[in-house]
Design a protein around this ligand. Structure first.
Ligand SMILES: [Zn+2]
Length: 243
């Protein structure tokens, strides 16, 4: 890796942070879905609701009524139902744009387009998830000006404090997230008063590499409840830690 690339990655991670102290003494687990396949809106949301919990769904307006990775995507009525049931919607760019290598002016146009999509359909929205978890310092700062928080990927959880400019999230993928990992991360959140954010895509019996099964999602929800964590959508979790 070139020195310039290393320096720019270091700057992107270390600068433009917005710290939120996590001082509630209670663990929080959030569930989120990216892109979003219809199965996440249907099976995923239904499972959450069985636990009296809600999730955050990061939407690309361009994928609405479309197909992605052989999966049918959400419809506007799916999103309306999610909102009516108390779930949160967030922005994921309009075109699933890589924010690490797109000029900021183009990125802003793309965000505007997604915002127009939400407004046309009268859908409330809050927060942002970087597609692919990819960003650089410029896009992080531009996102900071526009969104109440930005979520990335990267794995693990936040302890003691969370960076609202780059909230770390853990994949919940049937193909490579083990039950042991789910259990140990939730226990750590519970014991240390941390905040664990899961992200996934489709929720089906035979998901692709980036999806989860109803059984795996159910297991994570059950463990979070057993460990006495709060289960909150991402913006609601921020409001909880701030309260
Ligand atoms: Zn995505």
């Amino acid at each position: 890796m070139s020195l310039i690339l290393k320096a720019s990655r270091f700057a992107a991670r270390r600068l433009g942070c917005r710290w939120l102290p996590l001082r509630k003494g209670q663990g929080v687990v959030s569930f989120s879905f990216d892109d979003v396949p219809a199965s996440a809106c249907l099976s995923g949301a239904a499972l959450l609701e069985q636990y009296d919990a809600r999730a955050t769904f990061y939407i690309c307006g361009q994928l609405t009524d479309g197909i992605e990775q052989h999966q049918p995507c959400h419809s506007v009525s799916d999103l309306q139902r999610l909102v009516a049931s108390g779930h949160e919607l967030g922005c994921h760019t309009f075109s699933h744009t890589n924010c690490a290598n797109t000029p900021i002016a183009r990125l802003r146009q793309d965000w505007d387009k997604n915002q127009a999509f939400f407004q046309q359909n009268d859908l409330p929205t809050n927060g942002f998830a970087f597609p692919f978890g990819a960003y650089r310092l410029g896009s992080k700062l531009a996102a900071n000006r526009r969104f109440s928080y930005n979520r990335i990927t990267g794995g693990g959880l936040q302890l003691e404090r969370a960076d609202l400019s780059a909230l770390r999230a853990q994949a919940l993928y049937a193909a490579n997230t083990s039950a042991d990992m789910v259990l140990s991360l939730i226990r750590q959140a519970a014991q240390e008063g941390g905040w664990l954010i899961f992200y996934s895509h489709e929720v089906t019996e035979q998901p692709g590499p980036w999806g989860t099964t109803p059984d795996q999602l159910d297991m994570a929800l059950r463990i979070a409840r057993q460990e006495h964590c709060q289960i909150l959508p991402v913006q609601a979790a921020i409001d909880f830690f701030r309260s």
